[in-house]
Design a protein around this ligand. Sequence first.
Ligand SMILES: [Zn+2]
Length: 277
Amino acid sequence: MKVYISADIEGIGCVVRSEHSSPGGREYERARRFMTAEVNSAALGAFAAGATDVVVADSHNVGLNLIPEELDERVRLIMGSPRPLAMMEGIDSGFDAVFLVGYHGCAGTADAVIAHTFTGRMAEVRFNDLVIGEIGISALLAGAHRVPVVFMSGDDAGCREAEALLPGLATVAVKQGIGAYAALCSHPRICRQRIQKTAEAALRACSQSGFPAPLTLSGPITVEMRFTTASGVDRVLRMPRVERLDGNRIRYQAADVHEAFAAFNTMADLIELTTFI
Ligand SMILES: [Zn+2]
């Protein structure tokens, strides 16, 4: 059994502000140790449930957060960037299940800790009529390869978002959001224990009674994105086939999930990284 783990940092226990999530931030070194420990707990849960191969994608910032030597030796790690599939690089139909560790709510969610969708300049993303954030986008990329997401850990708002989108998923809420940058947090050791136990139980239940259906959107996909500023639209209009809907909204017609993601990801980079245009 092969398990793919995508790991972010904003949904890790005791991570609540950019001082934790930004490399160079005052609390970042502590946050990346917490992230590494929670990913390791999920991997240990997967191995205990019978996984023979666990691939982890370090999916925050430029993919240099997890501390390789602190992970279980059986884990293989995808690190660095840029990567065509970003947070889900390396996913393919050879995997049986996906775990999302340290994930968080989509941009615009109330009381969701550090809620965002790829960049702080993104206000809302829709694929057809589905409003999605990083949970939904990762689940759709896995679903395009017929792989279901069976476990997620993160803040309570992120867990609710995942449960609504992915029936049959097991979750661990490591903190209760008090606002965008504050939370009531469980002790790091308790987070790790719960993640290991729940991930193991989820994967074991799937292998015994069947895996949930993967999240899929078939046929052409209408991508709609609302940015926080009109200048975001000015920047992405240089991409072919991007239509402006109003001051800060665009539409892009894609043939399938992979094209929809490629367009989304390119626009996310354009509005975030190229401050000179
Ligand atoms: Zn994120």
